[in-house]
Design a protein around this ligand. Structure first.
Ligand SMILES: *[C@@H]1O[C@H](CO)[C@@H](O)[C@H](O)[C@H]1NC(C)=O
Ligand SMILES: *[C@@H]1O[C@H](CO)[C@@H](O)[C@H](O)[C@H]1NC(C)=O
Ligand SMILES: *[C@@H]1O[C@H](CO)[C@@H](O)[C@H](O)[C@H]1NC(C)=O
Ligand SMILES: *[C@@H]1O[C@H](CO)[C@@H](O)[C@H](O)[C@H]1NC(C)=O
Ligand SMILES: *[C@@H]1O[C@H](CO)[C@@H](O)[C@H](O)[C@H]1NC(C)=O
Length: 407
């Protein structure tokens, strides 16, 4: 009798639920286990999609450009356009961070920063730094060649960033509003601090989850020795690039996150980003469709050195080679007081990279007379973590609206 009832109940439930084996987005993490028959789940075509496809699906167009750097890296830049709005507000270059790509600016439907900016009349360009998904070509070197990955944060700051800025400037003839996230902020600080001509190209800097000083954050003090040790081993065995087989990695991760371990995938976001309170469960597979991306071990090494030295400094090659390259045994530090452009910092107090003293030091050292620092999400008592700047369900209200009060 009971069994019959259960059977009846299940049948009704399943009929109502509309089985769809393609479901890949669920409004709760637990539902991913039963994604194909849960009413909380649906199919999101943007999972494992690419920038031009996602852009077109949401009614915009991505024009693809490539530019080759002085050292042979072929970078892809997307320009996002709409036939509904004219770009009257000048160019914006949006630059992703470590392990990322420009996908994150178009992946979350109408919360996507690129679409938000285009709708408000900006001429939107999306940068992709060397080694990332859309910029993994070189005139001579393959990504399988360890030499391809012989670059650090300084290299991106001194070559990729100016190359992209000049390319956008050449195409628009106007100074550019630069918006960067995470490493995308470190590299603009480095570039502007070391180049007197940067203000020929850059109008202002908007830094989301800014990264300069990283000292005395307990978790990093804990992982630093192990991290430096691992990087040395990888260098020794000539594994200088990581995560660059992105299609395979993202295919596998999205499978695991869907069927096997959605809780673990959710936990990993918190472990790498901070106290996650506003990550929409809907976007779990979307996140792993584009993360992690290709990276050089020397980028990780330079950040580990920055944690250790408590300085925002160039790559440390050790005293001998430093002396030869830099003329001093210790690497030079970037002089942030050389940043005279308008600079707006947007940080989150739940960010794993956040420490009050470090943000204050960055803010105080920036030489601009037009600078602001804003803690995102605290009015509503939902401080942003590191990836909330890309995925928070409250992006528009907490971040974008505040950002454009500044423009
Ligand atoms: C690529 O290879 C050619 C031929 O060996 C060489 O002349 C050129 O300098 C290389 N370019 C770069 C950017 O490494
Ligand atoms: C705008 O672009 C969309 C998608 O590319 C297209 O379907 C639509 O017809 C275009 N509208 C106009 C007015 O050109
Ligand atoms: C964004 O899209 C969602 C679902 O497609 C919709 O419910 C919401 O109203 C949209 N928001 C805005 C600001 O357009
Ligand atoms: C920009 O234009 C100048 C002058 O035409 C050219 O020399 C330079 O290579 C261009 N730079 C980029 C990045 O397109
Ligand atoms: C940093 O730059 C400022 C000018 O903006 C200069 O006064 C100062 O001496 C520089 N500091 C160092 C250590 O070079």
């Amino acid at each position: 009798m009971r069994l019959k009832f259960l059977f009846f109940f299940l049948t009704i439930h399943l009929i109502e639920a509309d089985i769809n084996p393609e479901n890949n987005a669920c409004s709760s993490i637990e539902s991913y286990h039963i994604a194909q028959m849960s009413k909380k789940c649906f199919y999101n075509p943007d999972v494992l999609s690419d920038v031009p496809t996602m852009t077109a699906r949401h009614g915009y167009e991505a024009k693809t450009f490539t530019v080759t750097t002085s050292d042979g890296y072929i970078l892809t830049i997307f320009r996002i356009i709409s036939n509904k709005t004219e770009p009257v507000n000048g160019p914006v270059l949006v630059q992703h961070g470590i392990l990322g790509s420009s996908s994150s600016w178009v992946a979350i439907g109408n919360r996507s920063l690129a679409f938000y900016l285009v709708d408000r009349g900006y001429d939107v360009w999306l940068g992709n730094t060397r080694g990332s998904y859309y910029s993994n070509q070189h005139v001579n070197l393959s990504v399988e060649n360890p030499e391809y990955w012989d670059f650090d944060v300084d290299t991106i700051a001194s070559i990729d960033i100016p190359t992209q800025l000049k390319f956008v400037f050449n195409n628009t003839g106007e100074k550019i509003t630069y918006i960067g996230h995470s490493m995308g902020t470190s590299v603009i600080f480095m570039y502007v601090a070391s180049n007197w001509d940067a203000d020929n190209y850059v109008k202002e800097i908007i830094a989301l989850a800014p990264i300069a000083y990283l000292n005395d954050i307990p978790i990093f003090e804990f992982v630093r020795p192990l991290g430096l040790f691992l990087v040395k081993i990888l260098d020794f065995v000539e594994i200088t690039g990581l995560f660059y087989h992105e299609d395979a990695i993202h295919g596998l991760l999205t499978q695991i996150c869907k069927n096997t371990a959605p809780e673990l995938c959710s936990l990993l976001i918190s472990l790498t980003s901070g106290k996650t309170v506003q990550f929409p469960p809907d976007d779990l597979l979307l996140y792993y469709s584009y993360w992690p991306g290709g990276i050089s071990i020397y980028i990780l090494q330079q950040y580990l050195q920055i944690i250790q030295s408590k300085q925002f400094q160039k790559f440390d090659y050790g005293p001998k080679r430093n002396a030869k390259l830099y003329g001093s045994q210790t690497p030079p530090v970037y002089n942030l007081s050389e940043i005279k452009l308008p600079t707006h910092l947007f940080y989150g107090e739940n960010d794993i990279f956040y420490r009050k003293e470090n943000i204050e030091r960055l803010y105080n050292e920036i030489g601009s007379s037009d600078k602001t620092a804003f803690s995102v999400g605290t009015d509503e008592e939902k401080p942003f973590d590191h990836i909330d700047f890309l995925y928070s369900e409250n992006l528009i209200q907490f971040l974008y609206e505040r950002m454009f009060d500044n423009l």
